[in-house]
Design a protein around this ligand. Sequence first.
Ligand SMILES: O=P(O)(O)O[C@@H]1[C@@H](OP(=O)(O)O)[C@H](OP(=O)(O)O)[C@@H](O)[C@@H](OP(=O)(O)O)[C@H]1OP(=O)(O)O
Length: 574
Amino acid sequence: MTTPRNSPRNNTDDRWQGQQAMYRDDRDVASDEDEHHAFLAGEPRVRLTHPKQVQQWRWHWRWLVVRRWTPHILGTAIVLLLVISLCSLTAYWSYGSYAARRETLRDMLGTKARYPTPTSLDSDDVHPPVVDAHNCSTVPLPGDVPPHCELVHLQLVSRHGTRNPTPRVVEKLAALETELLAHHNSAWPKWLVSWRNPYSMDTAAELVEQGKHDLASLATRDVCRYGRWLDAARFKDPSDPRRGSAASERHQLAWYGSSAKQRCIDSAKAYATVFSGQKLDTSAIHILPELALPMDTAEQGQDNELAMHHACALWEKQSKDRSGELSMEAPYRERYMPMILDQLSETLGYPTTNETLEAVWMACAFEFAIDAKPNQWCQLVQSHTKSVQNLGDSWWMGDNSEAGMSPLRLVDFFEDVRHYFQYGPGHPLNQRLACVLFTRVLGEMRTALRGQPGPRWWLRFAHAETIMLMLNHLDVYTGPLEFRQDRAFRTSRIAPFAANLHFELLRCGSETASAVSRVSDDNYHVRVLLNEQPIRIPGCPADQDLCPWAEFERAVLARAGDCHFDAMCRLPKL
Ligand SMILES: O=P(O)(O)O[C@@H]1[C@@H](OP(=O)(O)O)[C@H](OP(=O)(O)O)[C@@H](O)[C@@H](OP(=O)(O)O)[C@H]1OP(=O)(O)O
């Protein structure tokens, strides 16, 4: 339809309409379409004589092109936008649910859980980046030192980083492989049909690449968190032969201790390589002798400091008595195990047992811990569980309803029960087993507090049980064990791979003063961090992270007391 020339319309369209009409000759006004096609075919339909007309003609064509192609462009843009948003939503939900699943999965894997470093919580990297100690601004730092305090002395006790399964677990996974081969099912997912136990006895319990990253990243965060004090503690005397770079002097003021297990020695090396800014050979690490079992060789040196349970005959005896553990598990096994095993049997297509379930949990734990991939055993277990009770998101929220049950959650709880009795409040002896270590730690802190010479940074590398026994000694997470997601004694949160305890001896001014005006014992406080998050211990103020030195010393000694380790661990005379 052609608009009559003199129609009074005022919008932009009118303007163009008007302009169109200005130079049209008196032939029938061809439709825009015809003109456009003629233009495309190179047959201009109008004769232009005046420069103004030429310019208007050009604008007209631009307008035509725009008007002709805008709907297509818009349509394409809308389709593209839809496709992009659909892709990003899919990516979000898969990544998001993956990230949510990974964060949830992490909670369900007991002492085989990945360490919750700030960078790895949502990272898809198999190895969370070892952040650059020379560029601390890029390092996310939980647990920074209060601004009115300065670090005088540091005690670190860290579990080794991520490792391969121990021989006990390798055997379980080998048994799982045998069981699967005996019940081969072509309907299984391809990965399950071809799954073989990937772990060997030769490398059992060894630190893996992820484990080195765990400790190097921890060292990086420590260097960044404490750097200003680590580097201020320089050797002042210009003639002192120990003078050198900040990192090398830091290293010379450090004392490294490790249990005799290679995974701990290698973890110490990974940490020290960053902390010292140099490659480190084992000779700089004080390796505490592993006790030569059986117990009658106890006098041949023993590591009652970092592998203290193995240095205690009474502990060895009590750890074999599993009555407490089994009676705590019984009601849950009775209530949940049948339904879980039924579904696992249905998923795998053959009658499965408790051993199958534990092995599947271990297979999931190590595939996630070592390769950060929860897309085989973990997914199989989770997806099969969802089909069991049509679970909503709330199942992870700590309710103990039937709807909240899953194989991961059940085995994770049973693992906590095992550790609760072996290294936690389940046995009274476990409250005192860390007394040698704490006696040493307190002594080293006193030396620093009195300004006496000695290492400033004590860095020890040990086991999950070392961390659990120290927490038990501090009377932390020692409440009754209940099957709740928010239970205090939850090993995935307190003793994951690379779990660590920092004991900071701080000299603090008043909240307002930035520096210390007058030094006295009152200025000294201890801050305790578990996995780099401040924790408060009984015997210290409940409303603040800083514990006055005298109160901390009293709280620790209350349990360490007269630490007669050998007498405490002697087997009762029959
Ligand atoms: O076979 P596991 O993995 O269930 O038991 C390990 C135990 O690991 P965990 O139970 O604390 O995760 C500790 O290993 P880490 O804390 O060093 O990771 C014990 O140190 C380790 O004992 P061992 O290496 O001194 O023999 C347990 O292995 P185990 O199976 O021999 O008991």
